[in-house]
Design a protein around this ligand. Structure first.
Ligand SMILES: [Zn+2]
Length: 617
């Protein structure tokens, strides 16, 4: 921290004067910034620095002082923050008493001379219903700062934020201004493919004195931005939106809790309070624009370590929070975590807004006021690693396809054995007793037969299409093009189509993400390999950030960069006819065990599909 920063107040006043109207300061009572000097003892006190809080000083006897600590508004959450400078001409022992108004003693006093090294004050005597806390202070030739926690100033946090942009993949933006005109920063990473990336949202700094959570936040962020193989893998699939300083005015003014309008910003995300918290209004505008948020964590401090979350049964994925908590307990067993699924009493914190508006898992992660620096390093680092693993697992659950049409249920050719995406039957497809997989297969030989499958999201890591087909000359359409599978317009970016062309005597796999040119992505399989009336297995593996690979009967037959930005075609998926419904594209052969995965399967996984007994071994 910087112990002397006299110019900031001037800058702030200038900025505040230029703010648009309608953001006038409300009920916040600002402390007068001043010094108190006592010639009899040769002692002085001051609150003239960033983050200070001292409302008055009374000399009660030789070397004895009462220090008034008042909140910026009332009533207020019990967060009685204090921070002040003490100077003394001689080394001597002062008797100091903190006298709280509107709150009771919470923070053990700590002392520093350099702003970096802090020592806890021992022998604090708490009295009068915790309304007063007394302790001795040995003065030294150097000016001392006494505070409730090691201070992190606005400037410190902005400098830390700026340093993160040394990572080439981190961008810092100003998403708005506070009531007093201070910058509201957000850090963004864009390392994952735009079309498929999901975004983890991290936040802190709503409540000024909650510095243990800021330390934890910094350590968590360092882990997700780090150069470990896990973090690098994580950032291939997930972007980040990081809000490191949500209430800079409250931090600067040494507030217990509120912004410059005297409003608790984490009780204002929903309802009328929002009008007086431009910091939150502007954050909401940013959050609403994030295309695929995946999870939200807001870092705070309180008397214990606790995770405030939603219940497990109201959000996908259900495993996320329970497994996260279990992993924390396993990784840092001496750092105990509680979990509370109840919402805050008035239901207006960030977490409630995120749950309601973004419909994603959200956590208010509270760190104990008394958590030691080594726990504030170990806990968040372990938490970041475990959360990255869990989120990666979300997009890479190879064991379960998103949808699977195995045609094994008599009379129900449209059944999805992986879930509820039942296909619509058009015409009269039949089930064949001889097949590529299992005990039955689908024949689209009857005139006018095809299946229409509901559209779905393939996921951020990539996509796999796996199917068996049996195709002879009599399976081909009247026209030049026979469509086996069609998702999205084959002539436009954003499609996955498998079709046979008589004119070129080959089966083509066309994979186009939103940035691919349709004609450039085809991987072609010559008729000699596919048009022989025998069953073949086709696998199309699209890996976000890399591209596409086509396997025929387990052998790679082609690979291209197409699809590397993530596949997300629109509209229904058609089996046996092109997406535009052109009758001349009807496939009249057989299909079996058509599967869609929301992840790129490995060759091993493909082997287990072709030879299911492999997995059994
Ligand atoms: Zn808080």
């Amino acid at each position: 921290m910087t112990l002397s920063s006299p110019s900031i107040a001037t800058v702030v006043l200038l900025l505040a004067a230029s703010m648009p109207s309608g953001q006038a300061q409300g009920t916040a009572k600002f402390q007068p910034r001043k010094s108190w000097s006592f010639a009899a003892d040769g002692v002085s006190f001051s609150n003239e620095f960033s983050g200070a809080r001292l409302n008055g000083v009374t000399r009660t006897g030789a070397l004895a002082y009462q220090l008034a600590i008042n909140p910026e508004t009332s009533p207020i959450n019990n967060s009685p923050w204090f921070a002040f400078r003490v100077g003394s001409k001689l080394p001597q022992k002062l008797e100091l008493t903190l006298v709280y108004t509107g709150g009771t003693h919470r923070y053990q006093p700590k002392v520093t001379t350099d702003g970096d090294h802090w020592t806890a004050v021992r022998g604090v005597d708490i009295a009068k219903g915790r309304k007063q806390a007394s302790f001795s202070l040995e003065t030294s030739p150097e000016t001392q700062v006494v505070a409730g926690q090691p201070i992190i100033t606005v400037d410190d946090q902005m400098a830390w934020t700026r340093r993160l942009t040394n990572h080439p993949f981190v961008t810092q933006k100003e998403f708005g201004r506070s009531v007093q005109g201070r910058t509201l920063p957000v850090l963004e990473t864009q390392t994952a493919p735009a079309a498929s990336a999901r975004t983890l949202i991290l936040m802190t700094g709503q409540h000024p004195p909650e510095f243990t959570s800021v330390v934890a936040f910094r350590n968590f962020v360092a882990s997700v931005l780090g150069d470990t193989p896990l973090a690098i893998e994580f950032r291939r699939y997930f972007n980040l939106a990081i809000f490191p300083l949500m209430n800079p005015d409250g931090w600067y003014n040494g507030h217990w809790r509120c912004n410059a309008n005297g409003i608790d910003s984490n009780r204002s995300w929903i309802g009328d309070g929002l009008k007086t918290v431009p910091e939150v209004q502007q954050a909401i505008a940013v959050l609403r624009k994030i295309p695929k948020p995946v999870m939200f964590i807001d870092f705070h401090s309180t008397n214990i370590n606790v995770l405030y979350t939603g219940p497990d049964d109201d959000k996908e994925p259900r495993f996320l929070v329970p497994e996260f908590q279990a992993a924390l307990a396993r990784r840092v067993p001496d750092f105990e975590w509680k979990r509370e699924t109840s919402h805050s009493t008035d239901g207006t914190p960030s977490r409630s807004w995120v749950t309601r508006e973004l419909n994603i898992p959200s956590i208010t992660w509270e760190f104990a006021d008394t958590a030691s620096p080594d726990r504030l390093a170990a806990g968040p680092a372990a938490g970041a690693e475990e959360l990255m693993r869990l989120l990666l697992r979300l997009g890479n659950d190879n064991s379960k396809p998103l949808a699977r049409y195995d045609f094994e249920q008599p009379g129900q050719p449209g059944a999805d054995s992986a879930g509820g995406r039942t296909a619509q039957i058009v015409g009269t497809p039949t089930l064949l007793p001889y097949c590529g997989f299992g005990s039955a297969a689908l024949s689209l030989a009857p005139t006018g037969s095809h299946l229409t499958l509901p559209d779905f999201d393939y996921g951020s890591k990539g996509t796999t299409l796996s199917l068996w087909f049996r195709m002879g000359l009599n399976s081909l359409a009247e026209g030049d093009c026979t469509s086996l599978i069609s998702h999205g317009d084959v002539t436009r970016p954003g499609n996955l189509n498998v079709f046979h062309r008589k004119s070129s005597s080959e089966l083509s796999v066309r994979i186009c993400d939103a940035n691919d040119h349709p004609a450039e992505g085809d991987i072609d399989l010559p008729d000699a390999l596919v048009l022989d009336g025998k069953w073949h297995h086709l696998a199309v593996v699209v890996r976000s950030g890399e591209g596409s690979t086509v396997y025929l009967d387990g052998i790679i037959r082609g690979a291209k960069p197409s699809g590397n930005d993530g596949l997300d075609p629109e509209g229904s998926i058609y089996l046996g006819i092109r997406q535009d419904g052109a009758a001349s594209t009807r496939y009249k052969g057989a299909l079996d065990d058509v599967r869609f995965y929301g992840s790129p399967l490995t060759p091993y996984d493909l082997t287990t599909i072709r030879f299911p007994e492999v997995r059994e071994r």
